[in-house]
Design a protein. Structure first.
Length: 322
C-alpha cells in the first residue's frame, strides 16, 4: 500500500507534481482494474497540487508540455506515462526528479545508466528492457500455426525515442527474432490513429498469415475493436504486445505483463513519488520490470478462425477466455 502523501498545513506551500501523458484520456482506467486506478487518482488529487498535460497522442508536443510543467507548473517531481513522455521529461531536466511509467529499454534509450543503479534524477518502471521477451510470442504463434511464414507488425513507429535524439531502430533485432522462428516480418507503421486503416489495407494486400499489434504510445487500444474485426476478416493469426486491452478486443494471443502487474508498478511509482517529496532521491530506487507475465488465448477467436489449438499450448496458457 502506498504511503500517504505529505499534506500541506496552513501557511505551507502545496507540493507540486507534474504528470505528463501521451494519451488522450488518462483518467480512463484499464479494464479489470478500475478500483485500483481510482485509488491512485484520488490520492493524487486530494493532498498535492497536480498539474497534468495531455499530448493527445501527438507525441511531437511532449517536449513543449514537459517544459510547460517545469516552468508554469513549477513541478517538484515529473511523472511521465509512456516511453516518449519519459524521454521528453529527461531531455527537459537533469535536476528535477522524474519517475516514469511504461518506458521501454530505458538503459539503451538513455533514460538511466542501469536498472539496479539508475543514478541521476530518474527512476520508474519499464515494460521491458529489450525486444527479446516480448518477441517470445513467436514461439506461441508457431504452435498455433506451424505453416505460417508471412508476418506483419502494426506499430506507431519502429524507431524508439532516445534521450540523445538519435532514434533506436529495433527492426534488425525484431526481424532476426522472427527469422529464427521461420517468419519473414514486415512493419506497417501507423503513427496516428487515422493512419491505421491505410496500414491494415496495405498489410492485407501482402497476403499475410498473421500480424502483431503493438500497444504503448500508439494508442491502438482506441481502435482495437476495428483492428480485431479487420484481422478476423483476413483470417490472420493475431498477437497483442504490451497491452492486455488490445487482446481484450478479440486478438488471438497476448504475451506480456498482466493488468494487475501494471497496476502494482504504478502504485509503487506513487509510493516513490511520495518518498521523493519527503526527501528521498530517485537514485535510491532501482528501475523495476514486470515480474509477472502471462500467456492469454482467446478460444472464441480461435473457433472463428477454424483453428484447433494444441492441448500443450492450452496447458501453457495462464488465461483462456471465451
Amino acid at each position: 500500500m502506498a504511503a500517504p502523501w505529505p499534506v500541506a498545513t496552513r501557511g505551507q506551500r502545496a507540493r507540486r507534481v507534474g504528470v505528463l501523458y501521451s494519451s488522450v484520456d488518462p483518467g480512463k482506467p484499464p479494464p479489470g482494474s478500475e478500483a485500483a486506478w481510482r485509488k491512485v487518482e484520488s490520492i493524487l488529487g486530494e493532498t498535492v497540487r497536480v498539474e497534468r498535460r495531455y499530448a493527445a497522442r501527438r507525441l511531437e508536443r511532449l517536449p513543449e508540455l514537459a517544459d510547460d510543467l517545469l516552468r508554469r507548473g513549477d513541478a517538484e517531481v515529473l511523472w511521465p506515462f509512456g516511453h516518449t513522455a519519459a524521454v521528453a521529461a529527461v531531455r527537459a531536466t537533469r535536476t528535477v526528479p522524474i519517475v516514469f511509467s511504461f518506458a521501454f529499454m530505458p538503459v539503451e534509450c538513455g533514460l538511466v545508466s542501469s536498472l539496479a543503479r539508475p543514478r541521476g534524477n530518474v527512476t520508474g518502471f519499464a515494460i521491458a528492457d529489450g525486444p527479446e521477451e516480448p518477441l517470445k510470442v513467436f514461439d506461441f504463434v508457431k504452435a498455433v500455426a506451424p505453416s505460417a511464414r508471412r508476418w506483419g507488425s502494426l506499430t506507431g513507429d519502429p524507431n524508439l525515442a532516445t534521450t540523445s535524439g538519435s532514434p533506436l531502430d529495433l527492426r534488425p533485432r525484431a526481424d532476426a527474432a522472427a527469422r529464427s522462428q521461420g517468419f519473414e516480418r514486415t512493419v506497417y507503421a501507423a503513427p496516428r490513429l487515422e493512419d491505421v486503416d491505410a496500414a491494415l489495407t496495405k498489410a492485407a494486400a501482402a497476403h499475410l498469415d498473421g500480424i502483431t499489434v503493438f500497444g504503448g504510445d500508439s494508442g491502438y487500444e482506441d481502435v482495437a475493436d476495428r483492428v480485431a474485426e479487420f484481422a478476423l476478416r483476413q483470417r490472420w493469426i493475431t498477437a497483442a504486445l504490451f497491452s492486455p486491452g488490445l487482446f481484450s478486443a478479440g486478438l488471438l494471443i497476448y504475451h506480456g505483463a498482466t493488468w494487475d502487474e501494471f497496476v502494482r508498478l504504478n502504485v509503487r511509482n506513487l509510493d516513490i513519488v511520495t518518498r521523493i517529496l519527503k526527501g528521498a532521491k530517485p537514485a535510491d530506487f532501482p528501475v523495476e520490470l514486470p515480474s509477472r507475465y502471462e500467456l492469454a488465448i482467446n478460444l472464441t477467436t480461435a473457433q472463428k478462425l477454424g483453428i484447433v489449438l494444441p492441448q500443450s499450448l492450452l496447458l501453457q496458457a495462464d488465461r483462456v477466455v471465451q
